[in-house]
Design a protein around this ligand. Structure first.
Ligand SMILES: Cc1ncc(COP(=O)(O)O)c(C=O)c1O
Length: 461
């Protein structure tokens, strides 16, 4: 296999997001943060343990609404990151009404009891999910739900090995960083779960099989190869579409699905950031015409307010009746379930999925036009309103322009647009799905201006 250049690249620690320890971050704070906010940031930084992706924080928020977040100094910023929780927009009135009503009757459900919102939500998810994914377990977070999926795969197959992808993220717990593929989480932490093999993700811009930007599907065939060689893999675990976004061709998942069936491995798809509409369908695997054995969702499931995740499993995987897969205190939290039901009803009644497809296609077209004018843009891609723009030093080599990307990010923030960088050089655009075309156009205008400025000014890239 060809050596992937990121292995020699010091910015490999940027894989999950932009880091909070960069000089540009410090310069932005110095220019934009007043004394009162600074005092709050200092207090936050004193009390919270520091981590490279969170504390010390950039700024302090005091409100959010729809597409916008508002900082302590009253700046309204379009949030194209939102940690992927904001499908229905921030502070969605229908979600708030459902939560408020539930708070006044049954705000918590003691274990051994169930409640109507939890039953209704499980039924709704089973109805919406493809095929036989009719059995449900809830958890208070995505990593916990992924952990349940790993346990279920072990119990169901009697095997423990997994195949997952380099660069992937499935959560920050010890089991999920073992199947994740990002150095910032794995480095220096000691022994990880045994039997967690990794394979290259379907990323044609940095393909170790040398497919040179047009997926040759060798990466899918390689999964079949590893399954064959190991012979006793419990599950292949992957994000259907990496939020970067890397969008594999349809044949990719069809090959992997068949390989799993051939070798008796389960297919676990992590759709935590993008199920429930982000890509224009309720579940992202619908784009691929395949059905996983286990599907995990979370993030926006709690209506952008409650921490809630779910594992959906095929009916015949109800095989741990005398064990414990989850057993979490807030497993059937009625308020979280009421929020989720309201969010799903909102998506359905407001026809958000169709809007997402149309607006996403329109935005991607505009991004393609930007690419014609800007040498810095090496690639644009997207599915629904999961959009990405890769900034490169040179389109022929696709060498990352991480410095330029960071400069664009902070310039955009100064103009009222917030987004996340991933892999150091990829601008990820994930607005609330309630965004209007005018707001989307405004955000892309801001991006266009900032890229023009950075190209004109030159950076270390
Ligand atoms: C693909 C993916 N899987 C799992 C997780 C973990 O979810 P949580 O932060 O709720 O544990 C995330 C969170 O960013 C994610 O993006």
């Amino acid at each position: 296999m060809k050596q992937h250049r990121a292995n020699q690249d010091p910015d490999h620690l940027d894989s999950e997001g932009d880091l909070n320890i960069s000089p540009r971050r410090a310069a932005w704070v110095a220019d934009h943060i007043d004394e009162e906010t600074k005092a709050l940031l200092d207090e936050d930084a004193w009390y919270f343990l520091h981590q490279s992706l969170s504390t010390p924080c950039l700024n302090v928020l005091r409100a959010c609404d729809g597409v916008y977040i508002e900082d302590y100094q009253g700046r309204r910023i379009m949030d194209f990151h939102g940690n992927w929780v904001h499908q229905v927009g921030f502070r969605n009135p229908r979600v708030i009404a459902a939560i408020t009503e539930q708070l006044h009757t049954l705000p918590f459900c003691t274990r051994r009891y169930t409640n109507v919102p939890a039953i209704k939500l499980a039924k709704k998810l089973a109805e919406l999910a493809p095929g036989m994914l009719n059995k449900v377990l809830f958890a208070p977070g995505g990593a916990l739900a992924m952990g349940m999926a790993l346990k279920l795969a072990r119990v169901a197959t009697g095997r423990f090995k997994t195949i997952s992808m380099w660069d992937a993220f499935h959560g920050a717990s010890l089991d999920t960083i073992s199947i994740g593929g990002e150095a910032v989480f794995r480095r220096g932490i000691g022994p990880l779960l045994p039997g967690t093999e990794h394979v290259p993700p379907p990323n044609p811009s940095a393909c170790p099989f040398g497919c040179e930007r047009r997926c040759s599907l060798k990466c899918a065939e390689y999964i079949d190869y590893v399954l064959e060689k190991e012979g006793d893999v419990a599950a292949v675990v992957a994000e259907t579409v990496r939020s970067t976004p890397y969008i594999p061709p349809v044949e990719y998942w069809q090959i992997v699905r068949k390989a799993c069936d051939r070798h008796g491995a389960l297919l676990i798809l992590d759709e935590i950031p993008h199920a429930l509409g982000r890509t224009g369908t309720m579940f992202t695997c619908e784009h691929y015409g395949i059905e996983p054995d286990i599907l995990v969702l979370g993030k926006g499931l709690g209506g952008g307010i409650f921490p809630l995740a779910a594992m959906l499993a095929r009916e015949n995987l109800d095989v741990a009746k005398d064990g414990a897969l989850g057993h979490y205190t807030h497993e059937k939290n009625p308020v979280a379930c009421a929020a989720a039901l309201a969010a799903i009803h909102f998506l359905e009644e407001e026809n958000i999925l169709a809007r997402t497809r149309t607006l996403g296609a329109w935005a991607l077209d505009r991004m393609r036009m930007m690419m014609e004018r800007h040498r810095l843009i090496g690639d644009v891609r997207g599915l629904g309103l999961m959009l990405g723009m890769e900034l490169v030093k040179d389109r022929a080599t696709m060498e990352r322009a991480s410095q330029a990307a960071e400069e664009v990010m902070y310039r955009a923030l100064s103009r009222g647009l917030s987004f996340k960088l991933t892999m150091g050089n990829i601008i990820v655009l994930a607005p609330a799905l309630t965004i209007t075309q005018e707001e989307m156009a405004k955000a892309l205008d801001i991006l266009d201006i900032c890229i023009t400025e950075v190209e004109a000014g030159g950076t270390a890239d």
